[in-house]
Design a protein. Structure first.
Lengths: 236, 236
């Protein structure tokens, strides 16, 4: 049975959140003279959350939020040199080489022999395009969709645009909030591959989903078998 | 004859560059104690140009470049308060209401009676989506494409994706570099509506194009007539 399998990119195909976490820690260390570590972390996250509706996702918004936080937590005492350090950390994130997760290329090549593969990724258009180019994976996908938010409406729009059969569409990703729940809600299937860390603003509870509609995998190498099990179960 | 007419958005449907220009002037005034106005302006533009390959287009990259410039031109003497002023100017740009250019809605409604209308706009995905929603024009277009760069390859991809007939495709926009030249180069037609100012990084020379392929209009209200003239000329 031939399916359309769509993959999230950040933290599903390549490392992302670990890079943000390392950068956040460096910025926290830089700002340690101005605030207690625990309240500092909370304030960084709060600034990001507050700015999300204005900035959207991605490194540039993250960097602006970090600069804003630095000014706030230091009561305006942060130096231009310290702000420059934050700016440079943001630029390093933007220019950082892509590190694929283990087994990604082989698994995509295998799955691509029998199924139609897509990429559906959220974030900054310009940066995601450059990462896809750097990843060398672009040609394995029949279509790449870079979206500003992953909700039911986004998935419905993609299903319409590519004339997909909901009953033969599977989304694979690390984020319960963005890759799993909205896909199950519109009546398609999903495979959850948790990443080692989850960004606080992406956290959500999956509950106990129907194993004929949703499966958990430890790595992308298990996706093929999970899909077979899922479709066998739901066809009996 | 029914055509596909695609419109650029920034400075074609609504004001944009004037807002950036006002913000740039405010930032220049803020930094006046640190540098001569003329060298300051050149350095702001140079920082933007240098960062374009990393940031792409849009307000967030612009704001980061302005902060970087402020630190540079002041030799690290700019205060956190001054940087906060730049940050807030960037946020005001992001949240700024849409001001349509005169006659835009009426012209689009007229053209939409006989032709298929699209929007092709460059920039930040999240911010452009929110501006399109704010503009209230979204429903007048059969498709909206937000792209990271407008070059021949971008237009070829759109022509393929929507199965457009190159001979019945017209692009309308204010930027010779992004809206006119690449469209003429792939063999389609274009209408140039200059905006009152052009961003330095968008400047290009149009030369003397074939009036059967390319026309100049003073405003969007002249597009219908220009299209008729253009197609009459090229069909005789």
């Amino acid at each position: 049975m031939s399916l359309t399998i769509a993959f999230d990119a950040d933290d599903t195909l390549w490392h992302n959140e670990t890079l943000f976490a390392v950068t956040s820690e460096q910025i926290s260390a830089l700002l340690a003279p101005y605030a207690e570590p625990e309240s500092l972390h909370r304030r960084l996250i709060e600034t990001e959350r507050r700015n999300l509706r204005l900035f959207g996702y991605g490194v540039k918004g993250f960097t602006l939020s970090m600069i804003e936080s630095a000014i706030e937590v230091s009561d305006g005492k942060v130096s231009a040199g310290e702000i420059q350090t934050i700016l440079e950390a943001g630029k390093r994130l933007l220019a950082h080489p892509i590190e694929l997760l283990p087994g990604v290329r082989a698994a995509l090549e295998d799955l691509g022999r029998h199924h139609n593969l897509m990429m559906i990724t959220k974030g900054d258009l310009f940066h995601q395009e450059s990462r896809i180019a750097m990843s060398g994976l672009g040609e394995l996908f029949s279509a790449v969709e870079i979206v500003s938010e992953k909700n039911q409406e986004t998935y419905r729009r993609i299903v319409r645009r590519y004339h997909l059969d909901l009953d033969r569409f599977v989304m694979v990703g690390n984020s319960v909030k963005s890759d799993i729940l909205p896909v199950l809600e519109i009546g398609a299937r999903a495979i959850h591959i948790p990443y080692e860390i989850t960004w606080e603003l992406e956290m959500a509870e999956l509950g106990q989903p129907d194993p004929g509609r949703c499966r958990l995998c430890a790595s992308i190498g298990e996706v093929d078998q999970a899909i077979r099990a899922m479709f066998q179960l739901s066809s009996t």
